[in-house]
Design a protein around this ligand. Structure first.
Ligand code: CA
Length: 415
């Protein structure tokens, strides 16, 4: 047990310290900003934890007092740009079926599959060949069934390449896998070019929203392109474009399925060569409960990827007939692939409206809000401590720093 954990005594001290704040909060009608996501919640008060791992955690753009963190904060304030693919590759959580790994370093090999984990070739992004111990045969882990069906293996199969910056996966994975943001959003626009240089015909997606329910089930909604392969066959996405709702790895529903340039399904349609270097650009816009997704036709050229107006799929999360109620709140976005070796994401353009982002300076107990010009301003009278709630283990997925609320208004760095 760590000595700096909250105890019941600390809780009492804390609550006494918070009484004036609670009083003020009841009289704060003139406060211009409502921290609806981050206000102190009764359910967050935890007076029984004996382990740091039991403390409720949250993700926010928080910055501590180390020189490194001061620089991160300065960079954020003066030079905001959306997370680049190097950040996504290095810092974002990885999703594989029902598994979520906080970072690549947290991926644990499934016993018996160790032989799959050779080395990702730094030039091609594909796993080096190995010997299957059960048969003695040389196999390619990227396509070998036992390897490709293992969530830990597919989550480990990603590379980041430059010129152009892109995410690449080598594996013909049996589970939907990719990257999810550390911070939830409900207002944003994300545009990405999807491609694969392999002739397989399966699914490459922008994850529109991802949340985990109280039972630990991963719910995801993804704008998906395919060349008509097996994932599509199962749920009527044969046309090559639609929004897929999954629970863990199971496809629950497909919305708006239609053709945007047809498909090139192996041995079946088009030139029968799958992706084979074809590109498509996909745009997702989320404005609260309204989701809009568009796609371009296929093209071999990045310069020829204009959105097809007929591709527009619009969903209203407040329409209960869709069964998507779980997403009616800020959710994580990201990038996902199902059974498509060589899939790549490039030319990401992500933007969000000003209402959507706050950053928290734990050293100065300050809250910054991003305005309509993308400039961060300190919110006068707002306290980072109050806005973030109590007690919390708070991580910043962009910097990979994590903090623990040690005592009233005092955070300690965990890592
Ligand atoms: Ca496949």
């Amino acid at each position: 047990m760590r000595s700096n954990l909250f105890t019941k005594k600390h809780l009492l001290v804390y609550l006494l310290g918070f009484l004036p704040v609670l009083f003020l909060m009841q009289n704060c009608d003139k406060t211009p900003v409502q921290f609806t996501q981050l206000n102190l919640q009764e359910g967050e008060v935890d007076n029984t934890s004996t382990s740091l791992n039991d403390i409720p955690s949250k993700q926010a753009l928080v910055y501590g007092s180390s020189p490194e963190d001061r620089q991160f904060l300065e960079d954020r304030i003066t030079n905001f740009k959306a997370p680049g693919m190097d950040q996504i590759f290095g810092n974002w959580r990885r999703l594989a079926g029902s598994q979520i790994y906080p970072t690549a370093n947290d991926i644990v090999m499934t016993p018996g599959t160790e032989y799959c984990f050779t080395t990702l070739d730094p030039l091609t992004g594909f796993w080096e060949l190995t010997i299957d111990p059960s048969t003695g045969n040389q196999i390619n882990p990227s396509t070998h069934g036992e390897c490709a069906n293992d969530p830990a293996f597919s989550a480990s199969s990603w590379s980041f390449f430059k010129n152009p910056d892109r995410l690449h996966t080598s594996t013909n994975a049996g589970v939907f896998n990719g990257f999810i943001s550390g911070i939830p959003y409900e207002n944003y626009t994300n545009e990405v070019t999807l491609t694969s240089d392999k002739t397989d015909d399966d699914v490459i997606s922008l994850i529109i929203a991802m949340l985990v329910d109280e039972q630990g089930v991963v719910h995801s909604l993804s704008a998906s392109r395919s060349q008509g392969g097996f994932v599509a066959h199962a749920q009527g996405m044969d046309f090559g474009w639609g929004i897929i709702y999954r629970q863990n790895n199971e496809i629950i529903n497909v919305f708006g399925a239609r053709s945007v340039g047809g498909t090139n399904e192996n041995k079946v349609s088009g030139d029968k060569k799958g992706w084979n270097g074809r590109k498509t650009r996909v745009k997702v816009n989320r404005a609260g409960n309204i989701i809009k997704a568009e796609a371009s036709n296929w093209s071999m050229e990045s310069t020829n990827l204009s959105y097809d107006p007929e591709s527009l799929i619009e969903l209203d999360l407040s329409d209960n007939s869709l069964g998507l109620e779980i997403f009616k709140k800020p959710a994580y976005y990201g990038y996902g692939v199902h059974s498509q070796s060589g899939a790549q994401f490039q030319d990401i353009v992500f933007s969000m409206p000003f209402q959507n982002e706050f950053i928290y300076d734990l050293q100065g107990d300050l809250v910054y809000e991003r305005n309509e010009k993308g400039v961060y301003n300190v919110l006068s009278g707002q306290s980072a401590f109050e806005a973030l709630g109590y007690p919390s283990r708070i991580g910043n997925v962009e910097t990979q720093k994590e903090f623990h609320l040690e005592s009233f208004r005092k955070y300690s760095r965990i890592k």
